[in-house]
Ligand binder design. Structure first.
Ligand code: MG
Length: 388
């Protein structure tokens, strides 16, 4: 991928100042770990073809949760300093020799895809490009006793953020030279690049791209964080009774005096749930994705339909919050199979069982369900997508 863009997301710090009993990059913001937001940032730009997380060796379990089903490379372990951690990420990417690399601190989860895009554009024709904000406060330099000895010209000052963009080969070379020279104290990659003689340009940063450092930072963003894109979808399905001695409901085979008629296995529960998820995504319906005219879905097990819809949510960077179903039938009795159905639905959708509701009711002898002509299912799905 000699023409590609890679990203290194640095999450190897201990973050003790954030006041948690575990590192700040795994604290939750708007329902997700900080690191997940920072990784998601780079999954949005089609020009980026490799995302390399750098983590602490003790955080493997936290990382697996934070990066669940995201298209990122296996993590590498960082070093004793931020500089060493970035270098570990660069070395891991070296075999693929990308042309451009973006280096980003996981503690900046509010950077937007537009900033990432600007970073990639800004590094064209230079060695390095970094986002910076003009300074609105007056900045003074003080001596050890706290006395001012200089008031700096703030028109020339910029407060620097990440992601920072570099020619990959030049940044890797600079890191190797710094390590060989025993220079380990650079607090960002641009400072290291400047030391190595690279040309570093500044482009416009984002006021919202704050770095989460202290417990107060977290308290403030918890108050101010925008809600994620919360959505609810509904689904409804009916199948008629016919020949047979069993029905499939919620992916569970239930012995019954009759079967359900359908092109697939006629699992009304999984069909309604599939449509609920697709509805939440505004992404068509089960018939669009699995046309009943297509012979390959004849007698198909319906778990593949629900798994497909759940995967569509994850491909959008989303999560399933909750699935809920109401079955309407006079028979079979659902109660004895409820827990098995909840467990199977949870398994297919890749969520925990406490996020699956399942109820059943009769229709008091009224209508087609009351006449025992078929089974109906109503479903809702609640999902969260990344901020729009
Ligand atoms: Mg159906």
């Amino acid at each position: 991928m000699a023409s590609g863009v890679a990203a290194v997301v640095v999450a190897a710090g201990r973050g003790v100042r954030a006041g948690a009993d575990f590192p700040k990059q795994y604290k939750q913001i708007a329902g997700e770990p900080v690191l997940r937001w920072s990784l998601l940032l780079f999954t949005q730009d089609p020009r980026i073809d490799a995302i390399q997380p750098v983590i602490h060796s003790e955080d493997q379990g936290l990382f697996q949760q934070a990066a669940d089903r995201l298209a990122v490379l296996p993590p590498v372990y960082g070093g004793a300093t931020r500089q060493a951690s970035v270098r570990a990420g660069l070395e891991a990417l070296a075999a693929g020799s990308p042309e451009i690399v973006l280096v980003h601190d996981a503690a900046r989860p509010f950077a937007t895809p537009a900033l990432v895009s600007r970073a990639i554009d800004a590094v064209a024709g230079t060695d390095a490009a970094i986002p910076g904000m003009a300074v609105s406060d007056t900045v003074k330099a003080v001596d050890d006793a706290g006395n001012v000895f200089e008031t700096l010209d703030r028109t020339r000052l910029r407060v620097i953020q990440t992601p920072q963009a570099f020619r990959f080969s030049k940044l890797l070379d600079a890191h190797r030279r710094a390590a060989a020279a025993g220079r380990h104290g650079f607090t960002d990659d641009a400072a290291l690049a400047e030391w190595a003689g690279l040309k570093v340009a500044v482009f416009e940063g984002e006021p919202g791209n704050v770095k989460l450092t202290t417990a107060e930072d977290f308290a403030r963003v918890q108050r101010e964080a925008p809600l994620p894109d919360l959505r609810t979808g509904t689904g409804f399905d009916v199948h008629a009774f016919g020949e047979g001695d069993q029905v499939m409901l919620g992916g569970v085979r239930i012995p019954h005096g009759r079967g359900l008629v359908g092109h697939s296995d006629a699992d009304v529960v999984l069909h309604a749930l599939t449509d609920a998820l697709l509805g939440a995504l505004a992404d068509g319906d089960i018939g669009v994705h699995f046309p009943p005219t297509d012979p390959q879905w004849r007698n198909a097990a319906s778990d593949r339909f629900l798994a497909f819809a759940a995967d569509r949510v994850r491909r959008r960077g989303g999560r399933i919050n909750h699935l809920d179903v109401t079955l309407v039938c006079e028979a079979p009795r659902i109660g004895p199979h409820r827990e098995a159905m909840r467990a199977r639905i949870a398994e297919i959708a890749g969520i925990s069982m406490d996020r699956v509701g399942l109820k059943a009711t009769t229709s008091e002898g009224l209508g087609f369900t009351g006449r025992r002509e078929g089974i109906a299912a109503f479903a809702t799905a609640t999902i969260r997508l990344p901020r729009a």
